[in-house]
Design a protein around this ligand. Structure first.
Ligand code: C2E
Ligand code: CA
Ligand code: CA
Length: 711
């Protein structure tokens, strides 16, 4: 009951009181609210049942109200003086002004036993005689507990609703009713404008969905919730990226009551994602797609054309003589040329075509062309290639320089053959490009199977390597190493592959394939085991016999290479002092820290470390200083031309003096003639020699003749 009504009822009852004095307290007692009627001296005249329930324990025998524990605040630390407050109301304004409106105050009642506080609203009003004399003072006390709770809930709701996300509710007709501040900010529209709009009206005006508004509504009707990424356009040239979520509230009969809409601005996240994507999928220099993205597009295109029985073409474009341009005019000019080429490609192709830079001066083009036959696709591709070549083969003006640049284009029409992967297609186009390069006139070449023979061979070798029974098909051969006095110093082990159908395959052919396909790991372990066993056996014949073993960089770079070597060594029981591990310079250049650690560990175990093919790799010798190595192997390419070539003599002599400084053993490989051997013997240092002059690599049994001849 509101207070106006209550007071008029009270006044009514007051009139009746005059007539029925005895029943007045009954009437007062009938009210739901706590009511106290005070005499002008502020002693209670009537206290109704509700008021008694509320205050009884605090009233004394005269029922004075002074002791009622009322407070101004919830925590009950500031006392409220009820007596004082009431006494102020006793003064009747003489100017005849309004005494009808009750005076109100919110206070807290503290229960002395439970210490709980209850929020109360005190509403008091003097009751006057018709002559405006004070007759009584009426106090009505409302329990505000329920109100206070709902107030709190309202504040909470407001706080939650006024979150960082834009939110609004609609009424059952779809009109926006409660846009929060964030939503107004995000849309650039004020609450008034928004309230004149419907949800769909707003969607149509500002939101680009990835599906139609109708599809959103259909989902909402079936699942009552829809969420998705959208673009928000508060202004024609402003785009925010956002996650929009819409919930539909309906009653049991599915009458729509509200839509609750939440929009989260993810523009920053989106931009960060775009930046990451840009880095991962695009070429920094030209802004074109990079190899990875080109590969993904090609993969999709291949699947698409396979499914639909259509054909397309992949173009591999390479600039002629780019390396020389780079060398002659500098990298900046080279980069500028690449940028111009990228721009010409972009300008001459359609926006939806994929243009990528996949290597220094290598570009890939994948068009959206869909031809219904291979012939058709080939014709289309040929025309396009001619167009590209026409645009690219020209004079380029870069700063003050004018450069003529031409291109060669390799093309593969695909799908080409069953089982091809995107990787194969790239390789085909690349092979076709190499073939185009060899032409003199029009440097456009279509891939054909014959170009792939190399690929096919590689693939069959890789397969053969994977399934080979190592003990059956592989064998270690040994090539003698001869000391300065002609004595047998040791041997280098060299792997041989005798394939039952493919015949003998030289290591230079299969080792790179095994490295690429990582079969070298299995093979490398097998080689170590075989060589360790052999070393152990031969050291019984000649205790200082040294066996050199070639270690593939791939194997060496394995994190557990050292542990794996120890394991194999323990199984075979060789002495590492009699073993030299041959590493190439490349191994030491990349990943120097961990390479150094591995070499140190191996050295501690007693192994000797040799740098194989020395002189062919990186000219920087500084790393040598840091490494605990034992031996340098002068590459056979230098030995070939001594003593004829003065240059090679100089190289060999400088390697020898370097090794001398570091106290390293020197091995010269590829010694084929007496002249070469003499030249090496004349050096001031002891040089170990290896080459056809002394022995070709041979089988174990054959090699053992060296021991018997020495015996
Ligand atoms: P490499 O380590 O430089 O081995 C020396 C190569 O020179 C051997 O070729 C050997 O037969 C050849 N050679 C020896 N003396 C002469 C000579 O007087 N004149 C000429 N022209 N050549 C000579 P091979 O056995 O064909 O091995 C080729 C390469 O394959 C090796 O070069 C090595 O890089 C790799 N390789 C061979 N066996 C293994 C192995 O067990 N493991 C690993 N990872 N690689 C191996
Ligand atoms: Ca070697
Ligand atoms: Ca070598």
């Amino acid at each position: 009951m509101n207070s106006e009504k209550l007071y008029s009822q009270l006044e009514l009852s007051d009139a009746r009181l005059r007539e029925e004095k005895e029943s007045k307290s009954e009437i007062i007692c009938a009210f739901h609210e706590a009511v106290i009627v005070f005499k002008p001296n502020l002693t209670p005249q009537i206290i109704n049942a509700q008021a008694k329930l509320m205050f009884a324990k605090y009233l004394d025998t005269q029922q004075h109200i002074q002791n009622v524990p009322l407070y101004k605040n919830k925590k009950a630390t500031v006392r409220f003086d009820l007596h004082l407050w009431l006494s102020k109301l006793l003064a009747i304004p003489t100017d005849g002004s309004d005494t009808n409106t009750p005076t109100e105050v919110s206070v807290w009642l503290k229960d002395r036993e439970t210490l709980k506080t209850t929020p109360l609203l005190l509403s008091a009003k003097p009751l006057l005689t018709p002559e405006r004399n004070l007759k009584n003072l009426l106090l009505v006390v409302y329990d505000r507990t329920i109100h206070a709770q709902s107030d709190e809930q309202k504040r909470l709701m407001e706080a939650a609703f006024n979150s960082y996300h834009g939110q609004f509710i609609t009424n059952e007709k779809g009109y926006i009713t409660h846009p929060n501040d964030s939503f107004c900010t995000l849309t650039g529209l004020d609450a008034e404008t928004l309230k004149s709009m419907t949800l769909t009206g707003w969607l149509d005006q500002q939101v680009s969905l990835k599906i139609t508004t109708n599809e959103v509504l259909t989902t909402l009707l079936s699942t009552r919730f829809w969420s998705g990424e959208v673009e928000l356009h508060p202004l024609p040239n402003v785009t925010y990226y956002a996650v929009l979520s819409i919930s539909l509230l309906a009653d049991e009969q599915f009458n729509i009551e509200h839509y609750v809409v939440n929009i989260q601005n993810i523009t920053e996240i989106h931009e960060a994602q775009m930046a990451i994507e840009q880095m991962a999928y695009y070429d920094d220099l030209t802004g074109l797609a990079n190899r990875r993205l080109a590969f993904e597009h090609l993969d999709l295109a291949l699947k698409h054309h396979k499914r639909h029985g259509t054909f397309a073409a992949l173009f591999f474009i390479n600039l002629d003589r780019f390396k020389s341009i780079n060398d002659a005019f500098g990298r900046k000019t080279g980069d500028a040329l690449l940028k111009q080429v990228a721009k010409i490609l972009k300008d001459s192709l359609r926006e939806e075509d994929t243009i990528a830079r996949v290597g220094g001066d290598e570009f890939l083009v994948l068009t959206q062309d869909k031809a219904f036959s291979k012939t058709q696709a080939t014709q289309n591709a040929y025309h396009l290639a001619k167009k590209i070549a026409k645009h690219l083969n020209k004079n380029y003006h870069i700063n003050e320089t004018t450069l003529n640049s031409t291109t060669c284009i390799g093309i593969t029409v695909f799908p080409f053959q069953e089982g091809d992967t995107a990787e194969d297609l790239m390789l085909y186009a690349d092979l076709a490009m190499s073939a185009a390069k060899k032409r003199t006139n029009q440097k456009i070449y279509f891939y054909e199977s014959s170009l792939s023979e190399i690929v096919i061979e590689r693939r069959s070798l890789e397969h053969a390597l994977t399934i080979a029974d190592l003990d059956e098909q592989f064998e270690l051969h040994y090539q003698a190493q001869i000391g300065p006095n002609g004595q047998l110093h040791g041997a280098e082990s060299l792997i041989r592959w005798n394939h039952p159908e493919l015949g003998t395959i030289p290591p230079n052919k299969f080792i790179p394939i095994a490295e690429e396909g990582r079969q070298i790991l299995r093979l490398g372990d097998w080689i170590l085991a075989k060589a360790f066993q052999q070393s152990k056996e031969w050291c019984q014949k000649q205790p200082d016999f040294n066996l050199s073993i070639n270690i593939s960089p791939i194997q060496f770079h394995e994190a557990d290479f050292v542990q794996q070597t120890i394991k194999i060594l323990n199984e075979c029981g060789a002495n590492p002092k009699n073993i030299t591990l041959e590493l190439t310079e490349g191994v030491l250049i990349s990943d120097t820290q961990s390479a150094l650690k591995k070499i140190e560990d191996l050295t501690k175990l007693g192994f000797n470390i040799s740098i194989d093919d020395f002189g062919t790799g990186y000219s920087s010798l500084s790393y040598l200083q840091k490494l605990p190595i034992h031996e340098l192997k002068i590459d056979k390419s230098f030995i070939f031309r001594v003593p004829e070539s003065q240059d090679d003599i100089a190289i060999v002599e400088s390697i020898i003096s370097l090794a001398r400084n570091k106290n390293l053993l020197i091995v010269a490989e590829g010694v084929e003639t007496e002249q070469q051997a003499d030249f090496l013997r004349q050096q001031p240092d002891d040089i170990i020699m290896q080459g056809y002059l002394f022995s070709e690599p041979c089988s174990k049994t054959e090699f053992e003749k060296f021991f018997s001849s020495a015996e």
